[in-house]
Design a protein around this ligand. Structure first.
Ligand code: SF4
Length: 300
């Protein structure tokens, strides 16, 4: 029998659960509401919310008199202020861990540090984060070579919440001899670490990993990259993308899902693979029933 195991803590993190709950509650109170950008990086969940009256908008001219929910990874300060000045209900579902990174950016900026933002410059969280900085900052991801010959005074590092710790360590080592003072705000979210560690643990023993989550989700893409260091890996958004041929001659199949992947998609994938490999036609109805699943409550 083929084993199908799921990494601990797969699926929604604290911040995403909170944002979805806030959006659903707001939709009940205000009937139809808008979210500024996708509330989370999962196209299927965004569509499901649309059916409940939660509709995404992406620019100021689209704002109406409907209540608006700010997504879990925040929006730039000027846009937030503009929304608040419109006199419509603004529900801020920015994850508290993301808000903390914004607060550190403000603090380091006031204290005149040259700020290194470790993250993807196109990610909404980083676009929002940089709006809190008025003085010098640099956004870096993996390649720091443009600063090879630079010297700095006071430097601070702030991370995109979905960064991995090895990247942060690399940047610390790189900067330490190129500045007089280095202050590190480790704003990497624990939820990301917990999911990455559990995923790697499983990828090491699995013949094949299936990573479930939005193709636009940074943390899901990171899980897929980590898995592919150890074993054959497929990144899918839904069960429809699964091909029977992937599972031939494999004894242990690992599943994992990003922090923005809803349980019902994980369940669909598990049930479909279970059927393909001939284990069972019984449909399970809770991720808690997938072997290996464990929700840890130590997310910070
Ligand atoms: S991954 Fe972390 S920072 Fe991002 S929404 Fe989830 S709990 Fe918040």
């Amino acid at each position: 029998m083929t084993k199908i195991l799921i990494a601990k803590n797969s699926g929604f993190c604290f911040g995403v659960k909170r944002a979805i709950k806030m959006a659903e509650e707001a939709a009940l109170i205000h009937k139809n509401i808008n979210t500024w950008g996708p509330i989370i990086h999962n196209p299927q969940m965004v569509s499901a919310l649309k059916e409940k009256g939660v509709e995404e908008i992406n620019s100021m001219p689209e704002v109406t008199d409907k209540a608006i929910v700010i997504r879990s990874h925040g929006i730039p300060l000027t846009e937030k202020n503009e929304l608040q000045n419109k006199g419509i209900p603004v529900i801020d579902a920015t994850c508290p861990y993301v808000s903390k990174a914004f607060d550190y950016a403000k603090l380091a900026d006031i204290e005149k540090y040259t700020i290194f933002i470790l993250g993807n410059p196109e990610h909404p969280e980083i676009i929002a984060l940089k709006s809190y900085i008025k003085n010098e900052y640099h956004i870096v991801n993996k390649d720091f070579s443009r600063f090879e010959n630079s010297r700095f005074g006071k430097c601070a590092i702030i991370c995109q919440t979905t960064q991995n710790e090895q990247n942060l360590e690399r940047l610390v080592v790189f900067l330490i001899n190129r500045c007089n003072e280095l202050r590190v705000f480790n704003t990497i979210c624990n939820a990301t670490n917990i999911r990455q560690d559990a995923t790697v643990e499983l990828a090491k023993i699995a013949d094949l990993m299936v990573v479930i989550g939005g193709k636009n989700s940074s943390n899901t893409k990171m899980l897929a990259t980590l898995c592919s260091n150890y074993t054959k890996t497929y990144h899918i958004e839904t069960a429809d993308e699964i091909e029977d041929s992937w599972f031939k001659n494999h004894n242990t199949i690992g599943l994992t899902a990003g922090a923005s992947t809803p349980d019902w998609i994980i369940l669909d994938v598990y049930n479909k693979i279970n059927k393909i490999v001939g284990n069972s036609d019984i449909i399970i109805k809770s991720v808690h029933d997938i072997p290996g699943y464990k929700e840890e409550i130590n997310e910070r």
